[in-house]
Design a protein around this ligand. Sequence first.
Ligand SMILES: *Cc1c(COP(=O)(O)O)cnc(C)c1O
Length: 481
Amino acid sequence: MKPEKSLFELSCPGRRAWSLPELDVPAVDPAAVFGSNMVRADNRLPELSEIDIIRHFTRLSTLNHHVDKGFYPLGSCTMKYNPKVNELTCRLPGFTSLHPYGPETLIQGALQLMFELGEFLKEITGFDAVTLQPAAGAHGELTGIMMVRRYFEKKGENRNLVLVPDSAHGTNPASVVLSGFQAVQIKSTDQGLIDPQELMRTCNNSVACLMVTNPNTLGLFESEIKRICEIMHEQGALVYLDGANLNAYLGIHRPADAGFDLMHINLHKTFSTPHGGGGPGAGPVAVKKHLEPFLPRPVIVKGENGYRLEYDRPDSIGRVLGSLGQFLVLVRAYTYIRMLGADGLKRVAECAVLNANYIRRELEGIYELPYARRSLHEVVFSGNNLKQHGVRTLDVAKRLLDFGLHAPTVYFPLIVPEALMIEPTETESKESLDEFVQAMKQIAEEARTQPEILHNAPHSTPVRRLDEARASRLLDVNYQE
Ligand SMILES: *Cc1c(COP(=O)(O)O)cnc(C)c1O
């Protein structure tokens, strides 16, 4: 495959993508009208026909691997398949042409959608109240921990520590520190879980909260979660759930029942919004009754005469977003939930877990499995056993590209050396899982017999192995050492 030239390189003087009638009014000099300082000195622009432009962008769109093109084992965390019906509804002019500060009377439909979405999220998670304002999971964490802070201030308790397990996503300790707390790391057991004994030793009346990801980033369900919540509550502390992995138990388990006090939900992950490249997202926070007064304001309430925004909330932490939420992400989540219904959502979780465990069983013994328990929606292997052949996990990831497959998450979670975190998600068929398994088996075989193939992979992509540190700063992707 040859590298794609830029529009400037493709430019051919005099070529046009438009045809306009002859000018029938006197031509004016832009400098005379707007002033010469308003006219670009260098006004060279690419000159191309319409078909040149369309072909250029179509070729570019196929160079990168993406979930609409093939298997993408980065899972719901990065991008699960986003049903196209979501895109239909969020493009309805009634939604796209709304003004974010429109008066309540003119945005009743939008308020109703947000209110009902909040009700769905409460039912799915079991919590009592919800805010849709946060614009991402990390933003939800920050919002949640700020509410925890306000809760203890209101009680007149001075607690400055938040416990975070070593398997947590990096955003957890970051949110803790940004909210003015100090993060204390909790070591996982050999089983990859939180150790209740360790918690009992660590938790005291300086601890405000424990942040748990469940199932954790190893794809393992914290089987002692009820006990863990009890231990924290006995010390007067709260328990926060990082809900990024909600895809694993939609409709099967309600976190509020396990004892959590609050959680965030990554709508763009579990409830499907395309969000590659950093946006857009939505990270609603759901809370139990005792945290409701601290929710960001305004809160959407349903009254006799329709929906309204309630600002009079004296204990609120205030606004966390300029608007009421990332509205079109909320529309997509609402559509996804309404399309699937309760049974459909449950099936999402069942199939996501089934698919991950299928891959676990198929690749067990071929790649190292440091935590050999039944996993939930994702499974974490280690490429440690390939090291003897001089092959690293990075080589496996690069070689997968030659099979037309995307690489899984690598080198995370940090507690697994040479980690390969595979999350196939619910939408993949047995055929596509088998294709992935077959490629992974062949790669393990190549590691043993022809490791040099792996060291030089990928072989079939438009650009080969890039200097990663440099490629992230150098815009010319055709650059080669
Ligand atoms: C994705 C993720 C986050 C952060 O969420 P963003 O929406 O990307 O800000 C936090 N924790 C876990 C476990 C995640 O997977």
